[in-house]
Design a protein around this ligand. Structure first.
Ligand code: HEC
Ligand code: HEC
Length: 311
């Protein structure tokens, strides 16, 4: 309730709440003082008659029902004293939903914390064989990673979310590298060459390059265009993707000689990559998950691709 711009709204809310509760009480009291005339022996009617003989009685509300209402009014008053409800007044118990959430998180952390601490000391690759650790890793994955890398961790081709179950690593598959990827996040940046015709020779040059890139992984290509593309590649692309096209993990520049694609392998898609560039970000999880959970997750990610090797 700290977002009121001034005192007026604070009191405005307090008054509306209190007046509403009191008005209910007054209304009840006014109704319950009506007594049937004649001390209850005769029956008063409202004068409404239907179907010739059907009359509406004018009886007071039943006692038990009135008391039920008084109890709810009292409950309302006690509630706004204990809990937040009166403007800025936090309530005597100082309860907040954020506070309740924090307490819950602390309780769970206290329970599972020692478990994660135990795993923090374990070797990453050895942990990949630990069933309990992998179940925990799997649950963490399904909570925090699934929206981008997919339920089966196979990524999403068009959006550039990498497949985590293959043995192809954009940023490196050594345990320390995977931990670093999850901890600090990664930003992969392929510069756009479309706006600078000198760099790659415009659309035609980009097509030559695309044919050369396709030739690197043995895909069908036009040999004449690819030969021209090779020269352009050596002038521009070599700095990041390397002389043999095998990429550079330190920059996240993908290996262009395998059959694994972040954005697609058609000539049109590769031309799009070259002219428009590509930028993609893996978020950093250091602050959110902490070292111990990242350790378990990294082991889980590594187990996915060693599983692929076994298959
Ligand atoms: C918001 C989307 C998003 C979420 C959520 C996300 N990632 Fe990623 N992740 C990416 C992107 C995008 C990349 C590729 C970055 C690039 O293009 O350089 C990536 C890359 C990676 C890589 C590197 C793969 C390689 O080949 O080197 C690993 C490992 C990884 N993510 C693991 C995880 C884990 C574990 C989680 C859950 C804690 C997670 N990611 C959550 C988007 C996401
Ligand atoms: C400054 C370094 C750099 C240069 C120079 C560079 N690239 Fe890239 N390239 C990258 C990075 C990093 C990515 C991955 C982008 C991402 O993570 O989304 C990439 C991605 C690509 C992809 C997409 C691969 C896939 O799996 O879908 C292709 C194709 C590509 N580059 C070709 C080229 C060509 C051709 C050139 C020369 C005209 C070139 N690159 C120059 C860094 C570079």
């Amino acid at each position: 309730m700290s977002d009121f711009v001034n005192e007026f709204w604070n009191w405005y809310v307090i008054l509306i709440v209190l007046i509403s509760i009191l008005a209910c009480a007054v209304l009840l009291w006014a109704q319950s003082t009506v007594r049937p005339k004649g001390g209850g022996t005769t029956t008063e009617t409202t004068g409404h008659v239907w179907d010739e003989t059907l009359e509406e009685y004018n009886n007071p509300l039943p006692r038990w029902w009135m008391w039920l209402f008084y109890v709810t009014v009292a409950f309302g008053l006690v509630y706004v004293i204990l809990y937040p409800g009166l403007g800025r007044f936090p309530g005597v118990l100082k309860w907040t939903s954020v506070g309740e959430y924090r307490e819950e998180v602390e309780r769970v952390d206290a329970q599972v914390g020692p478990l994660f601490e135990k795993y923090l000391k374990a070797d990453l690759l050895a942990m990949a064989g630990d069933k309990e650790a992998m179940e925990m890793g799997g649950r963490l994955y399904q909570t925090y990673c699934v929206q981008c890398h997919g339920a089966t961790a196979q990524g999403s081709r068009d959006k550039g979310y990498p497949n985590l179950t293959d043995r192809d690593w954009q940023w490196g598959g050594e345990p320390a590298q995977v931990v670093e990827t999850i901890t600090g996040g990664r930003i992969g940046m392929m510069p756009p060459y479309g706006g600078n015709p000198d760099a790659v020779g415009g659309e035609a040059g980009a097509r030559e390059l695309a044919n050369y890139v396709r030739s690197l992984s043995g895909l069908s290509h036009n040999a004449e265009l690819a030969a021209k593309g090779k020269e352009r590649y050596a002038a521009v692309c070599i700095a990041c993707h390397g002389p043999d096209g095998k990429g550079m993990q330190a920059l996240g520049a993908p290996n262009l000689t395998d059959k694994v694609w972040l954005y697609g392998s058609s000539e049109a898609k590769i031309v799009e990559t070259i002219t428009g560039g590509r930028t993609n970000q893996m978020p950093a999880w250091k602050d959110f998950l902490g070292e111990a959970k990242i350790h378990v997750l990294a082991a889980y990610v590594l187990s996915l691709s060693s599983g692929a090797a076994a298959r």
